[in-house]
Design a protein around this ligand. Sequence first.
Ligand SMILES: *Cc1c(COP(=O)(O)O)cnc(C)c1O
Length: 357
Amino acid sequence: MPTPKLFSPGPVDVSPETFAAMSHTMIGHRGSDFEQLYSSLQPGLKEIFGTERPVFLSTSSAWGVMEAALRNLVQKKVLCLCCGAFSDKWIDVAKKCGFEAEAIQVEWGEAIDPEVVRAKLSEGGFDTVTFIHSETSTGVLNDLEAVSKVVKSFPDTMLVVDSVSSLSTVDIDMDKHGIDVCLAGVQKALALPPGLALFAVSDAAMARAKTIENRGYYFDFHEFAKNDKKNNTPTTPCISLLFGLQFMLSEIAKEGFAARKKRHAKTNAMIHAWGAKHEFELFAPEGHRSFALTCFATPENFDLSAFIKELKTKYNFLINGGYGKIKGTTFRISNMGNETEATIQELIDAMDDILAK
Ligand SMILES: *Cc1c(COP(=O)(O)O)cnc(C)c1O
């Protein structure tokens, strides 16, 4: 029996075609073959980020760049907007890096209120804000436009946006919203194996980074910018994953970004409808729900672990039984990456089968 097909929110299922693209013969990273590979990625990446800026390639997971953003930008104090496992962890990471940091903490399952952000920033002293667009642990999609507007109304305040589980499922519009650092890992909505993070940096953030001493080497934004001018990366990148990314971007171009977003909205709605039929309540509030995954509250007297186990052993499908402090009391289903109405229907049929007993 192969390992189960992943319907958990990251890593997600990787297609055989993607793996085939990744098994390209190896190339050196200081030569024209690599430069061509690098530059071929830029138009597709710029489209999904919504930027005219170069998109940098980091051989790390998303957290590498999340930490890097702090190390390149913070001079005074960080404000972390916390509403779930990933956004909550960012303040711990800031403190571990030795920065002064404060949090706006909302209940898990709620969204960030832009007016609370405005009130906090008005107290003064902050120069960087961390924000997670789609909080993957709770299924909450925060209001990127409204929060950006508030943060950008405070001069010299950098906005760092984690779009790990939203990139390519909805518009990000980095330039339009004035996002200073936008980052994502590839193992979520881009359906690649883990190990690569993508990010873009505004002019203002590049200027800020220049004033920061001791921002290190591996994640120095200026090292990335300098090498980008030569269609290259500071250090040896995960070349096989970049061939995989090239393939995924060609798939997105073929499907069309607009059609891709529609597909995610449709498959996400299918999961919502399935939940409604079985009276599973959505964990995220109306109007703030991710289109990439669904988080349900586990009903009392529902044997979640038996359900997940049967889905895995009988159908070889894996969903997720909750993350962090809401493990068990919630469960999550991903519709990211390559899932279609047909494959989501297969999952729904399998889950219905189990529930019918
Ligand atoms: C998965 C995820 C991360 C973690 O990324 P790593 O690849 O483990 O570093 C960070 N933020 C969000 C929103 C995620 O969903």
